[in-house]
Design a protein around this ligand. Structure first.
Ligand code: TXA
Ligand code: MG
Length: 316
């Protein structure tokens, strides 16, 4: 475990100094918690990859605080990319854009594209803008979990998942529970039309209000670690859409009753609540030492589709 710090103005200053000196700062965003480092600092980025156990050829998202900061990291991006930034930033959307010469291979995984996001969480925004005011250009942050595991939605999740790998100069900022609970929508902006690479709270219908989209879902030429078939997985076996037996965990909308002897891990009333509680419910299943967790997936598109995507990867 690693101590968790309640957010305050002094803590933002301290966290900024930590980042500028090459340390790691785990911070809340509205989607999930991120494991932040100075995106210009190759040594710090390498340490972050090591702590995550992530292969070096997987790119990482750079978090910025204002649209004009995009120009440091990316160049020659399309008109629709600008329209998407204006509409959905700050928010749960990551854009994959042609990189500038400042976005080095250690950030892009050697690809010619860089992933950028402006989160809406107040603590995240304050941290990033303070960091950029004090000389930084962006905070590289993957979800603050070990590679392949479930993203953390609270500071204590980060601490129990990665605390043993952090030291005194690193920080975990406590910003309460993540508001959305699943990772950002990722949109590839490298072609004539945008392509959705990862579903999230910025939905296909919302994107279509701004621009037509490319439905080609052959993702082979772009490496998105979240697109690995098995990902977001707890230790327990996750099975979908069947009745839970005695001793098995169950995650389902509140309207679905708990079968006799099954262990209720979450009973969200809405799809929004489902997204918010999904990862902590999977973690709780592991804490309880359950062998099997049954998830009854929500129907519909939008966030429900993002939830089904994550649960089916957890069950792969
Ligand atoms: O909501 C989120 O996106 C969270 C918070 C912390 O911002 N971050 C997150 O990061 O989920 P991560 O690294 O766990 O997942 C980001 C995904 C990865 O699958 C990565 O491969 C993809 O984004 N990605 C990042 N940069 C990319 C790039 N240049 N080209 C293709 N994919 C990229
Ligand atoms: Mg991740």
């Amino acid at each position: 475990m690693h101590p968790v710090s309640k957010c305050s103005l002094e803590l933002i200053e301290k966290a900024t100094s930590s980042l500028l000196s090459g340390a790691i700062v785990a911070f809340p965003t509205e989607t999930v918690y991120g494991l932040g480092v100075d995106a210009d600092n190759q040594v710090a980025v390498a340490r972050m990859y090591e702590i995550k156990g992530r292969p070096a050829d997987h790119p990482v998202i750079v978090h910025i605080s204002k649209i004009n900061e995009v120009d440091y990291w990316a160049k020659d991006f399309s008109k629709y990319a600008i329209a998407l930034m204006r509409k959905f930033w700050p928010g749960a959307m990551t854009l994959i854009l042609p990189r500038s010469d400042k976005a080095k291979n250690f950030i892009t995984g050697g690809q010619e594209f860089v992933g950028l996001r402006i989160p809406s969480n107040t603590i995240a925004l304050n941290l990033i803008s303070n960091f950029i005011e004090r000389g930084g250009h962006g905070i590289a942050a993957p979800s603050a979990n070990r590679f392949g595991s479930i993203s953390p939605t609270s500071a204590s999740d980060v601490s129990s998942e990665l605390g043993e790998f952090l030291d005194e100069k690193d920080l975990i900022i406590d910003g309460g529970k993540s508001e959305i609970g699943v990772e950002s929508t990722i949109i590839d902006c490298s072609r004539a039309l945008p392509r959705i690479l990862r579903l999230g709270a910025v939905t296909e219908a919302m994107i279509r209000e701004v621009t037509p989209i490319d439905l080609d879902n052959d993702l082979n030429e772009i490496r998105v670690s979240g697109s690995l078939t098995r990902h977001y997985s707890p230790k327990a076996k996750v099975v979908l859409d069947r009745e839970a037996k005695p001793g098995e965990g169950i995650i389902a909308l509140a309207e679905i009753p708990t079968p006799a002897g099954a262990i209720r891990l979450a009973e969200p009333k809405t799809v929004t609540e489902y997204a918010r509680s999904l990862y902590s419910a999977l973690r709780e299943g592991d804490t309880k030492g359950l062998k099997t967790i049954v998830a009854i997936t929500p129907i519909g598109d939008g966030l429900a589709a993002a939830i089904r995507d994550r649960i089916s990867r957890a069950s792969a």
